[in-house]
Write a protein that binds this ligand. Structure first.
Ligand code: HEC
Ligand code: HEC
Length: 336
């Protein structure tokens, strides 16, 4: 399925605010950077052509084993650490055949998600339901300049409202744990795109050149849908201090501080989602989606204004800094 962006979502945007300030400060044109949306083209017809169904695979510290084929089962994905999450309801663990894959296949049973989709643990029920509806009615698209395919559209249409609500309650009840490490560096290890993900590739490094690059520390564990694999994000030197200042103060006179709406520790307020400690690459993609108007659902207006006041450098800094924070308050405990 291919979803095209409405004509209003141009890849090169000139906002009114930017145009007004053009005289004072240059860039009046905002270009959505392709590197923020790693995309293998053409997409692999079968993402798992050589999935092996005989060799038992392991992840560190876990007794149970799964073959690759079992780990990639879209309607019963491998549950490596059942003790790490409450009993999963049908939509999360089995999905709805033939089109609706189990939510856990992409977002994992823990809701930790993967950089190519989204962390969903601990999001407000109301927010999850609203976002799935926005995917369903295509008011939430993607600003990816190379491909407008967004697997959540098919998923959102495959499930009933009751099933989405059931899944939303499940994920909302899970306390997220930290999996991110954010590193400031003038260089980033050599990498390549597989599917919608960056993975390390060989020795050596290249200049970071203003980018934010998130990768699994161990690609094979990521591929096995290991919920405990760690991720590392590279950002340019100075990003964390710049991000901290943006979150606290907002850039002078132009933007409301992130904490005003997302809460003092950025753990969310009411139906405004938590952002702390979530995948930096996911966070950056969303800032770009708001900025490009690709997220245009009813709740998106505040973030469209916020991102119109931001440069790409500021978005990279904010995503890196916010992603480096603790994803839950110290006292937060999972319901047994
Ligand atoms: C085939 C993979 C896949 C499956 C299965 C899947 N999702 Fe997603 N989901 C995605 C991707 C990819 C995104 C990120 C989309 C984007 O960035 O625009 C996403 C994003 C989301 C978001 C947005 C999170 C946020 O913070 O705004 C929610 C909510 C969500 N999914 C819920 C679900 C639920 C509930 C299910 C099961 C009923 C499900 N998803 C099944 C791939 C999947
Ligand atoms: C005026 C209130 C407001 C301010 C200020 C604000 N946000 Fe938001 N933010 C929201 C709302 C509301 C949403 C949910 C949008 C929706 O429903 O589409 C959101 C969503 C987001 C998302 C998407 C989360 C997801 O799960 O997909 C990100 C990322 C984000 N905000 C980052 C920031 C950052 C970084 C800042 C500061 C630079 C900031 N926000 C400032 C209100 C705000």
């Amino acid at each position: 399925m291919r979803i095209l962006l409405p004509a209003t979502v141009a890849l090169v945007l000139t906002t009114e605010a930017a145009a007004q300030s053009a005289a004072a400060s240059p860039p009046s044109v905002f270009v959505v950077p392709q590197w923020a949306f790693p995309t293998q083209l053409p997409p692999p017809a079968d993402p798992f052509p050589t999935a092996d169904s005989t060799t038992p695979r392991r992840i560190p510290g876990v007794a149970r084993t799964f073959t690759q084929k079992e780990a990639y089962n879209r309607f019963a994905p491998a549950d490596w650490v059942p003790a790490a999450h409450p009993p999963a309801p049908g939509p999360v663990a089995q999905g709805r055949r033939p089109v609706g894959f189990a939510c856990a296949f992409c977002h994992l049973y823990t809701g930790a998600g993967r950089p190519e989709n989204a962390p969903v643990a601990g999001l407000p029920v109301e927010y999850i339901v609203r976002q799935v509806r926005a995917f369903r009615d295509s008011t939430r698209l993607t600003a990816n300049p190379l491909s407008q395919v967004n697997s959540m559209h098919a998923m959102a249409r495959a499930f009933t409202d009751a099933e989405v609500e059931e899944a939303a309650r499940y994920f909302a009840g899970i306390v997220p744990t930290r999996r991110n490490r954010v590193v400031e560096s003038a260089t980033v290890p050599r990498h390549k795109v597989t599917g919608l993900l960056y993975v390390m590739d060989g020795a050596g490094s290249e200049p970071i050149a203003g980018r934010l690059i998130e990768m699994p520390e161990e690609a094979e564990r990521h591929e096995l849908h290991d919920p405990t694999v760690a991720y590392v994000t590279y950002v340019p030197p100075g990003s964390l201090a710049l991000g901290a200042a943006l979150v606290r103060d907002g850039p002078a006179g132009t933007m409301t501080a992130c904490t005003t709406c997302h809460g003092p520790a950025l753990l969310g307020v009411g139906s405004i989602p938590p952002i702390a400690g979530r995948s930096p690459q996911y966070l950056l993609r969303q800032l770009l989606n708001f900025r490009a108007g690709a997220r245009a659902d009813s709740g998106s207006a505040p973030m469209r204004l916020v991102t119109e006041a931001m440069t790409l450098e500021q978005m990279v800094a904010a995503a890196g800094y916010v992603g480096s924070l603790a994803p839950a308050a110290p006292g937060d405990r999972q319901e047994p």
